[in-house]
Design a protein around this ligand. Structure first.
Ligand code: NAP
Length: 303
């Protein structure tokens, strides 16, 4: 029996495990993929107070090691169901294990949003990628396209502009939501071409990606030959497995109050998976600390 089971080993979940360990509570962190969440693919973080420049991988690895050294148990298993009884919470994993706890913190983050076009799945890994820092090196002196207008897209395009011979940036509006500093750096690059007010409507290729069809807001279409397509159109929560135990909003985010309480007593949500305005590294770690603190208070009340 654990005091708290934390689902997700991104910045929110790892922060929660650090706080729980330091308060003497026994926690289990369950993670379906690798630790670190979305920052694992961020090359350079410069908005985390006090660290100036840090790679997402290094920061995530430090958080992971810190949690382990403080005594957190971390297992790589995917949670498929939660049962909430009056006595205990039961967490069931795809790997066939059942774990019991007094409280749960849901810190499952987000999944990359897909374009949902024909060929997208088939050509993923064959010219289509969702991670420039993972796959960018395959496109040395080649022609690539980035789709999206947020920080991820603009940072990806900047990164790729130093590798590829040409980078198209396709965005559905004519203004970006990324921060101005990064946009300005990208605009200085002479191998970057911006295509505004446009969406990708077709992905062409048999064995590998060959071209995409772009459609603008006046319904004009054109086909552009590219070697690589980096899709960076945001992320969506994957909370289907938890909708039997917590209330979700219309977009699938977990509804909480500002202290990370969900609709169910003893189940808390932290980080990008909960409904909130600002999803950043700093707000995820902030949530992790708050959720841990609330879980500790909840457990102490039970006792
Ligand atoms: P995001 O900010 O949600 O941006 C997603 C972009 O994709 C938006 O420009 C959006 O267009 C576009 N989009 C969404 N759905 C689309 C679709 N179906 N077809 C075409 N375009 C679509 O996502 P993100 O860039 O991944 O960033 C997520 C969060 O992480 C943000 O808070 C971001 O600031 C943060 N982040 C921070 C850093 C950093 O600080 N270093 C780095 C990466 C990410 P619209 O603009 O028209 O909505």
């Amino acid at each position: 029996m654990f005091d708290v089971i934390i689902i997700g080993a991104g910045p929110a979940g790892l922060t929660a495990s650090i706080y729980l360990a330091r308060s003497g509570k026994k926690s289990l962190v369950l993670e379906a993929k690798s630790y670190g969440g979305q920052i694992i693919n961020t090359l350079d973080i410069e908005n985390y107070p006090g660290l100036n420049h840090v790679s997402g991988f290094d920061l995530a690895t430090n958080m992971y090691n810190q949690a382990k050294e403080l005594g957190a148990t971390i297992k790589f298993e995917k949670v498929v169901n939660i049962k909430n009884t009056t006595k205990e919470k039961i967490v069931i994993t795809r790997e066939g294990n059942e774990y019991k706890s007094k409280a749960i913190i849901l810190a499952t983050g987000n999944e990359k949003r897909k374009l949902n076009l024909d060929n997208e799945e088939k050509l993923t890994g064959r010219g289509i990628s969702y991670c420039a820092t993972c796959d960018g090196a395959f496109y040395k002196k080649k022609i690539v396209m980035v789709n999206g207008g947020g920080n991820t897209a603009i940072e990806d395009a900047l990164y790729l502009s130093n590798i590829a011979s040409k980078v198209y940036v396709v965005h559905r509006r004519d203004t970006f939501r990324a921060d101005m500093k990064t946009i300005n750096l990208l605009k200085e690059k002479d191998n970057v071409e911006f295509i505004y007010n446009s969406v990708i409507t077709k992905i062409n290729g048999d064995e590998k990606l060959e071209s995409v069809e772009i459609t603008d807001k006046d319904n004009n279409k054109k086909v552009i030959n590219i070697d690589g397509l980096f899709i960076a159109i945001g992320a969506i929560p994957e909370n289907e497995n938890f909708k039997n135990v917590v209330n979700l909003d219309n977009s699938g985010y977990i509804i909480t109050n500002e202290d990370c309480h969900t609709s169910t007593s003893g189940i808390f949500a932290a980080g990008d998976t909960r409904g909130k305005e600002l999803r950043q590294l700093v707000t995820a770690t902030n949530d992790g600390a708050i959720a841990a603190n609330e879980a500790i208070k909840y457990i102490n009340n039970l006792e």
